[in-house]
Design a protein around this ligand. Structure first.
Ligand SMILES: NC(=O)c1ccc[n+]([C@@H]2O[C@H](COP(=O)([O-])OP(=O)(O)OC[C@H]3O[C@@H](n4cnc5c(N)ncnc54)[C@H](OP(=O)(O)O)[C@@H]3O)[C@@H](O)[C@H]2O)c1
Length: 290
């Protein structure tokens, strides 16, 4: 990975941290985009320990729930780097029981996982240079339950169902993956893929209310006892991301959805929906002057 410059969002913990460690060990330059700088500095200590202080790591503050903060992050990255080769949109938010809104008044799960990630990616595109082999790796989730884009999730006043919102944000991000791949595979020599990491034991459930957390802990312990092979550790959860980051560029299936390091065909991810949802999101943001 020498010469690769990799932006990883949400790399202070969980799947993102394991991804950062493994790519740093292989000599990539890592740009960490993290909301919680305290946690991120502790993560860097871990990365340094595991690479005998050889890792090349830069840290910039990034809050995907604030478009102005995203723009500031991109400005900081551009002030130090004139190119990147891999963007790993790993950060994600799950389980906010009570509805919250972002700085620009979007519902927070949808605003972070899709709108913020979309805006970040659009802002970083100019750092991909055609002479390199470029990748955008979007960490999504199980999305099979959606068969077409539902634009009502852009409406902050929509009735809030946090699980539906989460899966919808990931469905939109998967459609955007296909759009990116189609749009930039020739002009930027870029491939984009979506990745479902599986069910992974991370901090992802931290926002669930304490009663649900207790049920979750009991359920998790039970599941762990019964199916130790079913719930993954963070390093196991990072495998599909690592597979798509490390795969020979010619073998990477651009525009596709990966699960267990393999391509899985999803019939609801169509270019028609991908283009339609891209235009909708662009118009939505430009009306807000972003
Ligand atoms: N774990 C699973 O079972 C599972 C299953 C399917 C998909 N995924 C996806 O995998 C990805 C990684 O999740 P994980 O399991 O590793 O969970 P995690 O341990 O909770 O890590 C999530 C990361 O996202 C960051 N993040 C959340 N909101 C953010 C914001 N507004 N701005 C910037 N960063 C933000 C978190 O930062 P803070 O530490 O500051 O909160 C953290 O670094 C997510 O996209 C998730 O949706 C996970």
């Amino acid at each position: 990975m020498t010469g690769e410059v990799v932006v990883i969002t949400g790399s202070n913990t969980g799947i993102g941290l394991e991804t950062a460690k493994q790519l740093a060990k292989r000599n990539a330059t890592i740009i960490m985009g993290c909301r919680d700088m305290q946690k991120a500095k502790q993560a860097i200590v871990q990365i340094m320990q595991e690479t005998q202080n050889k890792a090349r790591v830069e840290l910039f503050q990034l809050d995907l729930a604030d478009l102005d903060n995203i723009a500031a992050f991109v400005k900081s990255v551009k002030s130090k780097f004139d190119q990147i080769t891999i963007l790993i949109n790993n950060a994600g938010l799950f389980g906010l029981i009570e509805k919250r809104v972002t700085k620009q008044n979007f519902e927070t799960i949808f605003g972070t996982n899709y709108i913020g990630t979309f805006y970040l990616t659009e802002q970083l595109l100019s750092l991909f240079k055609k002479e390199n082999q470029n990748r955008v790796l979007n960490v999504v989730s199980y999305i099979q339950k959606f068969d077409s884009p539902d634009y009502s999730f852009f409406d902050t006043n929509k009735k809030y169902e946090h699980i539906k919102t989460y899966f919808s944000s990931k469905y939109f991000l998967t459609l955007y993956t296909l759009y990116l791949n189609e749009q930039y595979q020739d002009s930027l020599n870029l491939k984009a893929v979506a990745i479902h990491p599986g069910v992974v034991d991370t901090e992802i459930t931290r926002n669930l209310s304490s009663s649900i957390k207790i049920i979750n802990i009991i359920l998790n312990s039970f599941l762990r006892y019964m199916y130790t092979f079913f719930i993954k550790t963070p390093i196991e959860g990072a495998q599909s991301t690592l597979h798509t980051a490390l795969a020979n560029f010619n073998n990477l299936a651009g525009g596709k959805y990966y699960e267990e390091c393999q391509v899985k065909e999803l019939k609801q991810i169509t270019i028609k929906y991908a283009q339609e949802s891209y235009s909708f999101t662009k118009n939505f943001l430009s009306k807000l002057k972003y």
